[in-house]
Design a protein around this ligand. Structure first.
Ligand code: XMP
Length: 515
């Protein structure tokens, strides 16, 4: 792999994603990884990320010069660029002129910048600057605050840039990264969706052998794609369990029962647990309590389903020893498990299954980002309705009804939500939008007038957001015409709702969901 050394910037994951967009496999490793360990992984190249520190700060993370003489191609970005300059005998100084944000770059030839516009915008974020490149390096770009904004030594396969090529604000950044990978490191584009599927299928077969495996389907993209991969690998050794907790959106159950099964042929057991969940949620209004109850009930139902399967297999049947989880790469990195297997957070997808469930985990998406998961899903023949669906929380509509969850309120919210989703789809906004929760303020009523009569109904809140990863989000500037259609249709077609409101809060301070 190409290893992205994380110097503590929030950009390391993004860099890894960009490298993969150039169809080269990459992983993030912490900067504390010893050089010997790094080299033992036989990296195709190393990318040094940006970081918050000044190379002069006491706690500045070190860069081992050995890495730079090992013969492995190295690309330094921002802090990584400066650390590289210093380790190789260049000069890094406090120039006093900080550069934050969009800056014009003057570039002049070299492998990384040749044929790009001589002057083009890049995203900068630095206080210190390289004032003198190390011996042997060609300086190929500069900016107002960075006399040396890019350097390269193609023979030694070392290069770097002061700016952030990985962010969208550097419009030629991806091209520069691609040139490093192709022209400096000599790497071919071989990380393709087909190769991912092939590799994972082989790994799953090896892990499961002739064993039996179970997968909890949530209706979400990740569990569906994970199931489809395992199905492709071991066929009928897999059984999927879908718990209908009654907190689903309109059409979701049939999407799983019909579309997913039709596309993959997985063996599916649906457990209808609507009443059980409603009973458990009766009278509960506190959001955390709701989440806990839904999580707990989910586990109980799932455990029972697993026991039933086991019983069905009989004493002489093969026991169910494996559990599929749709864990994604960002979860792995965030829980510190980027490099080893020691500190991996294992149970965080299916509502946190307890440790006494004796399963070995199968996590075929552990190395993938969300967009890659979607592409793998399409490659496996899953329909767009499943692959392109917006994220939907495990606790479902239960945390989108503010107040007690009842069957009637669920009906109301489901109806309003279906209209909103229909209108967003027909307006072609599904890709642009990250997700648009529809929230029912079930304990609030307001006075309205409709067809000569007074109404006293509930408001719904539209919460359309744009986001890259749900960690931060911005409210989406939706076209007024779409809002108008939604408002008219919801108030006409859902009798209990007489007001449609729009949430214009970013995250932070608001979370995406209301509970
Ligand atoms: P918040 O509301 O924290 O949500 O901004 C961030 C993202 O996570 C989703 N979400 C959940 N997903 N189980 C899930 O599988 C949950 O309990 C849960 N709570 C929030 C939310 O929809 C958004 O995409």
């Amino acid at each position: 792999p190409v290893l992205v050394v994380d110097f503590g910037a929030q950009y390391a994951q993004l860099i890894a994603r960009r490298v993969r967009e150039a169809q080269v496999y990459s992983e993030v490793v912490p900067h504390s990884t010893p050089t010997a360990e790094l080299l033992a992984r036989d990296p195709a190249a190393v990318v040094l990320s940006g970081g918050p520190a000044s190379v002069y700060a006491d706690e500045a993370p070190d860069l081992d010069p050995e890495l730079l003489t090992s013969g492995v191609p190295v690309f330094g970005i921002c802090y990584g660029f400066q650390a590289m300059a210093r380790a190789l005998g260049g000069t890094v100084a406090h120039t006093g002129s900080r550069e934050y944000g969009r800056t014009d770059l003057e570039s002049d030839g070299g492998v990384l910048h040749t044929d790009l516009p001589g002057r083009h915008p890049v995203w900068m974020s630095h206080g210190d600057a390289v004032t003198e490149a190390p011996a042997g390096f060609a300086v190929t770009a500069s900016s107002a605050g960075a006399p040396v904004a890019a350097f390269e030594d193609v023979d030694r396969r070392l290069a770097g840039v002061q700016y952030h090529p990985e962010v969208a604000h550097s419009p030629h950044g991806q091209e520069v990264l691609r040139r490093f990978l192709r022209d400096v490191a000599g790497l071919g584009p071989d990380w393709t969706t087909a190769s991912i599927v092939e590799e994972q299928v082989e790994l799953i077969r090896k892990q499961i052998g002739s064993g039996r495996v179970i997968c909890a389907l949530s209706g979400g993209v990740d569990s569906a794609v994970a199931a489809a991969l395992v199905q492709r690998a071991v066929g009928d050794q897999l059984t999927c369990v879908f718990v209908d907790h009654g907190l689903l959106r309109s059409g979701e159950r049939s999407q799983v029962e019909q579309d997913l099964v039709a596309a993959t042929g997985v063996r599916l057991v649906t457990v209808d647990a609507k009443d059980r969940f409603l009973d458990a949620l009766a009278g509960v209004t506190d959001p955390e309590q709701k989440r806990k109850i839904i999580g707990r009930e989910f586990i109980r139902v799932f455990e029972q389903a697993a026991r039933d399967l086991q019983a069905e297999a009989g004493e002489h049947g093969t026991s169910v020893d494996f559990l599929v989880q749709g864990t994604l790469y960002p979860d792995v990195v965030e829980s510190g498990g980027g490099t080893g297997t020691a500190n991996i957070k294992s149970h965080h997808n299916v509502g946190g299954l307890p440790d006494d469930l004796q399963f070995e985990l199968v996590e075929p998406l552990r190395a993938l980002f969300k967009d890659e998961v979607r592409r793998v899903g399409l490659e496996l023949g899953l329909p767009e309705t499943i692959v392109q669906r917006q994220p939907f929380p495990g606790p479902g509509l239960g945390i989108r009804i503010i107040g007690e969850v009842t069957a009637e309120r669920l009906e109301t919210l489901r109806a309003a939500d279906a209209i909103v989703r229909e209108e967003l789809t027909s307006a072609g906004l599904d890709r642009e939008i990250w997700q648009c929760p529809v929230v029912l303020l079930a304990d609030v009523r307001s006075v309205g007038v409709q067809g000569d009569g007074r109404t006293y109904g509930h408001p719904i809140v539209l919460r359309p957001v744009s986001s890259e990863d749900a960690m931060t989000a911005d409210w989406m500037r939706m076209p007024y015409e779409v809002l108008e259609r939604i408002s008219t249709r919801v108030t006409n077609e859902v009798p209990e709702v007489n007001r449609v409101t729009l949430d214009v809060t970013s995250k932070p301070p608001g979370t995406i969901e209301w509970e």
